[in-house]
Design a binder for this molecule. Structure first.
Ligand code: ASP
Length: 724
């Protein structure tokens, strides 16, 4: 049960229920800031931790945090050897696996294994970031903004940030800065070191790494080997360097020992990583808005693009590869939103939040809490202003960033189109043309004009259908209305644009024809992206930001008020893509009446789900044979009936961004890789429920078995520190 939920239940039902009502030490809500773990040490040890808080996060000695990596800025990964080897999810390395895949070398379909370091594949723009220090600077920042408002407050805050950063980011290679937590109630300076040479070492076939596809995504029981293997390279001083052949494997301050002793129901587990966003302090009206308006709108936008992309991907291998990443990133949240809405309704999240708000208002009537009077009303008034802009902003993002590629591609050419003569005069034209030729070449790899046109047609109609009249880009809406159908509009648009044809663009760039290049200003794609952007910056973004700021200020008070009014309760600090530790147990669940989920799944389930020819459940024949043969070697559960565990669930509080995070046992050893949550947990970003929220991890023994027995890449296992 969520703290907010449990508060509400307790407060409403009876004020005398004792705290132990929340159940035995098991499921735990909370994503803990690693510097504050001391306070939780006793509880974690009582649950099975055999380390100290200092072993997990320390600035004086190497600790677990030195083996945790922010991978590509959006996922987590963990170091598993002294030679820079790291593990993350298959879905986190998916873009890189796709990048190296061709119809001839189809690493997405067949997997990829570097049999020596020289075969490892470099990845432009992929980064691996380590946390150097996390320092609480709340007192200093709060003192500098005390009593200030608006512009003055923003300026004072920026000044405090700059001073702190100048003082504390004082070593070469340190990046980072001050980060706001809990709506501005807390501030931490986070310093980091980012490595830029990260190479692909191995990936299983998608039939393993993405087994179950969209059907099984966010679902338990699960049988996905969602992992991939990379290696970080550094310069000779072990420091970051751009890709270079002379770079050497990075030596981490710590790497996780890998335990093949296995996990069982009830075992203590921790997940250490970079959870992205949670919204535990949304008020009841905002939750209602998510359920009734926001999620349905977003789902409909993605229904529209997925219909086109899925059909294209099943029509040819080229398109299957070209649209792999785009499809995954669209489908992942699309499916989550559906589960989230269902879960929020089922748990009566709106009612729960209303009960808590009513109680908060009552408490605020006491003199000592008088500063919190009106807080809920302020949030809700700001929400009313905010919702239309929040929707319009989201529609802009869906159309431009998850929609047809033609729009952003044309935008890449802005500088050239608008400043051709200046670039030429300054002698910068060649550099510029070269860069665009490269961008255009990359674009061409995953671009198909007819698929893009289909996505455009579907989304233009949905976008204009959803956006409020007074927030619409007017010319676009008028143009669109002149055509009989969205398809007709799109067909005319693509016929008149050059940006749907990378070959012609390449020829144009090579021709250096200034008049023709400047004429791209009137290209419909370039015109539309510019109109969408200026419409966004003029009509949407300012009101969005000011309403959001008001909500933030009032929610900061709400959060402070809750902590003061109910000092014995723990209210979590929302995730913000910073390093957090969460802990719980290996645990199944019983989210619905009359059914129970076991905590562990085995390879038996893979064979039960196997359906030759099915896009989500097909398997390579050599894998089927190996699974049937059942030679698990040192990775099985042992005994006559030895089985191979594939995945397990736990009661660790996770979210997006925790993908790829190490699942760690009480001894600090790696037992799995976090990659998902169960369907009944998808509302946990808004309302966590301890009885049913479960994260899903791939068992490390399955990972090692695939690497060692299936892929024949046992040299990678030899590199790890295996605990038997
Ligand atoms: N599978 C999830 C994701 O991709 C991880 C999670 O949200 O639990 O975002």
């Amino acid at each position: 049960m969520n703290k907010i939920q449990s508060m509400a239940t307790k407060l409403v039902a009876s004020l005398i229920l004792p705290l132990c009502f929340m159940g035995p030490l098991g499921a735990k809500e909370g994503m803990w800031i690693p510097t504050l773990l001391q306070a939780l040490e006793d509880e974690m040890q009582a649950m099975g931790l055999r380390l100290t808080a200092e072993d997990i996060y320390s600035i004086n000695q190497s600790s677990l945090k030195d083996a945790v990596v922010h991978f590509g800025g959006g996922c987590t990964a963990e170091m598993v050897s002294s030679q820079g080897l790291l593990l993350t999810n298959h879905h986190c390395g998916y873009g890189e696996i796709q990048y190296h895949s061709t119809v001839e070398n189809d690493y997405l379909k067949d997997g990829f294994w570097a049999m020596s370091m020289s075969e490892e594949l470099p990845n432009p723009n992929l980064t691996a970031t380590f946390i150097h220090r996390i320092i609480d600077v709340s007192a200093r920042v709060l003192a500098s903004i005390d009593g200030l408002d608006g512009e003055e407050r923003a300026e004072a805050k920026n000044k405090a940030y700059s001073e702190i950063e100048a003082e504390m980011l004082n070593e070469e290679h340190l990046t980072g800065g001050v980060v706001e937590f809990d709506f501005g109630n807390q501030y931490f300076l986070i310093s980091k070191i980012t490595y830029k040479d990260v190479r692909l070492v191995g990936a299983p076939p998608s039939a393993v790494g993405k087994f179950g596809g969209d059907t099984d995504n966010w679902v338990w029981p699960r049988h996905t080997g969602d992992f991939s293997v990379f290696r970080i390279y550094a310069d000779e001083d072990n420091m970051p360097s751009e890709y270079s052949e002379s770079n050497v494997p990075y030596k981490p301050a710590h790497h996780f020992p890998v335990s093949i002793k296995g996990v069982k129901d009830g075992d203590f587990t921790m997940v250490f990583g970079f959870p992205g966003t949670t919204e535990q302090f949304l008020t009841s009206d905002a939750v209602e808005h998510v359920i009734e308006e926001y999620n349905p709108m977003n789902i409909a936008m993605r229904d529209a693009s997925l219909a086109v992309i899925n059909a294209a991907r099943s029509s040819s291998d080229e398109l299957r590869i070209a649209y792999a990443s785009k499809q995954s990133s669209i489908a992942n949240a699309w499916k989550k939103w559906m589960g989230q809405s269902a879960g929020l309704k089922e748990l009566d999240a709106v009612g729960t939040k209303k009960a808590l708000e009513a109680d908060f208002k009552k408490m605020a009537q006491k003199r000592k809490f008088s500063e919190y009077r009106g807080v809920i009303d302020s949030i809700q008034a700001a929400n009313l202003d905010y919702f239309p802009y929040m929707e319009a902003r989201r529609l802009f993002i869906e159309f431009v960033y998850y929609g047809p590629d033609i729009l952003l591609h044309s935008f890449e050419f802005s500088n050239l189109i608008e400043h051709f003569d200046t670039l030429n005069a300054k002698g910068e034209l060649d550099k510029h043309l070269d860069r665009l030729l490269h961008v255009n070449e990359e674009y061409a790899k995953n671009y198909d004009a007819s698929v893009d046109q289909g996505i455009f047609a579907a989304l233009a109609e949905a976008y204009l259908g959803f956006i409020e009249d007074d927030l619409k880009p007017e010319e676009f809406a008028e143009d669109f209305a002149r055509f009989g159908s969205s398809e007709e509009y799109a067909s005319n648009f693509y016929k008149s644009s050059l940006f749907d044809n990378p070959n012609q663009l390449e020829a144009l760039l090579n021709s250096r024809n200034s008049e023709a290049i400047k004429a791209l200003k009137d290209d419909p794609a370039f015109e539309l992206i510019n109109e969408l952007r200026s419409n966004y910056f003029a009509k949407i973004s300012p009101s969005y930001s000011s309403a959001k700021e008001k909500i933030k200020t009032a929610t900061a008070a709400y959060s402070r008020g809750l902590r003061e009014m109910y000092p014995d309760e723990v209210f979590i600090v929302d995730a913000n893509s910073t390093l957090r530790l969460t802990y719980g147990r290996v645990e199944g669940s019983s989210p619905h009446d009359g059914m129970t989920y076991n905590a562990l799944s085995t390879t038996k389930g893979i064979l039960q789900k196997y359906q030759p020819g099915h896009p989500d459940f097909d398997l390579p024949l050599d894998l089927v044979e190996k699974l049937k043969a059942g030679d698990w070697g040192q990775y099985g559960t042992g005994g006559d009936e030895s089985e191979l565990v594939v995945c397990f669930t736990g009661s660790n509080h996770t979210t997006g961004g925790n993908s790829g995070s190490p699942a760690i046992n009480g001894d600090g050893e790696l037992v799995g890789i976090n990659f998902d949550r169960t369907w009944e947990s998808t509302m946990s970003d808004i309302l966590f429920d301890e009885s049913r929220c479960r994260n899903i991890m791939v068992d490390i023994r399955y990972v090692l078995w695939i690497i060692d027995h299936y892929a024949g890449a046992g040299h990678l296992v030899d590199e790890m520190t295996i605990v038997r």
